[in-house]
Design a protein around this ligand. Structure first.
Ligand SMILES: Nc1ncnc2c1ncn2[C@@H]1O[C@H](COP(=O)(O)OP(=O)(O)OP(=O)(O)O)[C@@H](O)[C@H]1O
Length: 295
């Protein structure tokens, strides 16, 4: 294909049905033939990626390889120059505002800095997605917010605090409670442990792991933190040369002879993180072991 490909519209083939497929009968996210261009710069070139229900899929790649842009395309915040992005079976670039809102009700997003509303209390921040639905009675909103706070390890005594009164770890927990407010099937995590010290980071990873298991979530994560990456991922997609060059469980990726993979996984930091993983107690598998795909 020509790298100077003209901008084209979505390429999913079949039109949207208006019915979200939430039963795992199709990949939760399916990206095919995706091209992203900014001016003359091609960021993604014929990129393919399928994310299955129940997995924790992490996207890694060097700086500027387009991980954030890819996440934003899955959220419908940006559209590719060409190619198809389906979420729960629907072409995200073809949905109207109503359908996009319907999709949003089935996913949660944890932004890197938490992105809490600074003028709202902890309670109000977590209540906000519930109130946007305009149909939940206030006493139910209260129960759900307190339940979500409990779920992320925050007692009710924190409900009236302002974001500025919270530690970095608490901000992440509030943001996670808000992302889970509508009981989504799909959770997007952008650098979930960035800015946390090692102890807080470890306890946040343990929280995500237990919520993933208990709630049966599908998780899509972008992280540079190797400890977080190895501790959480059921599969890792490696972005290089403008597309996904390999996807599979950590141990399988290590077998691939590619300069980025060697440097990223088997450099000093990678080796230390893998040793830490090997010395930690085994965890129950959250999703069936997946084979390796190399492209
Ligand atoms: N709105 C935009 N306009 C122009 N260029 C953009 C825009 N958004 C992203 N880019 C470019 O696209 C490329 C991919 O950006 P992106 O932020 O997705 O990379 P990344 O893999 O997340 O990088 P990092 O690991 O450093 O965060 C970069 O070269 C970036 O400068």
């Amino acid at each position: 294909m020509d790298a100077n490909l003209p901008t084209a519209t979505s390429n999913c083939g079949a039109p949207n049905t208006g019915v979200l497929k939430l039963d795992g009968s199709v990949p939760v996210v399916e990206i095919t033939g995706l091209w992203t261009k900014f001016g003359r710069t091609v960021v993604h070139q014929d990129l393919n990626l399928a994310i299955q229900a129940g997995e924790i899929l992490s996207i890694v790649g060097g700086s500027g390889t387009g991980k954030t842009v890819l996440l934003r395309q899955m959220l419908g915040l940006e559209h590719p120059a060409r190619g198809c992005v389906r979420v729960f079976g629907e072409d995200i670039s073809e949905v109207d505002a109503g359908q996009l809102q319907k999709l949003r009700n089935h996913w949660g997003m944890l932004f890197q800095q938490g992105a809490l509303y600074s003028a709202l209390t902890v309670f109000e921040n977590i209540a906000q997605p519930l109130r946007e639905l305009h149909k939940i009675p206030e006493d139910l909103v209260r129960d759900v917010v307190l339940l979500k706070m409990n779920m992320v390890g925050l007692g009710p005594e924190h409900a009236d605090k302002m974001p500025s009164d919270l530690s970095g770890g608490m901000v992440k927990r509030v943001a996670l409670a808000r992302a889970l407010a509508l009981e989504p099937q799909l959770l997007f995590l952008d650098e979930p442990t960035a800015g946390l010290d090692p102890d807080l980071s470890e306890s946040f990873v343990a929280l995500i792991k237990s919520l993933h298991r208990e709630l049966g979530l599908t998780v899509v994560m972008v992280t540079h933190d190797l400890d977080t990456l190895f501790a959480l991922s059921t599969r890792i997609a490696v972005l290089a040369e403008k597309h996904v060059i390999a996807i599979g469980p950590t141990r399988e990726l290590l077998k691939i002879d590619h300069p980025f993979i060697k440097e990223f996984f088997l450099g000093d930091r990678g080796r230390r993180a893998l040793e830490a993983l090997d010395s930690s107690p085994p965890q129950p598998k959250a999703a069936p072991e997946q084979p390796l795909n190399q492209h």
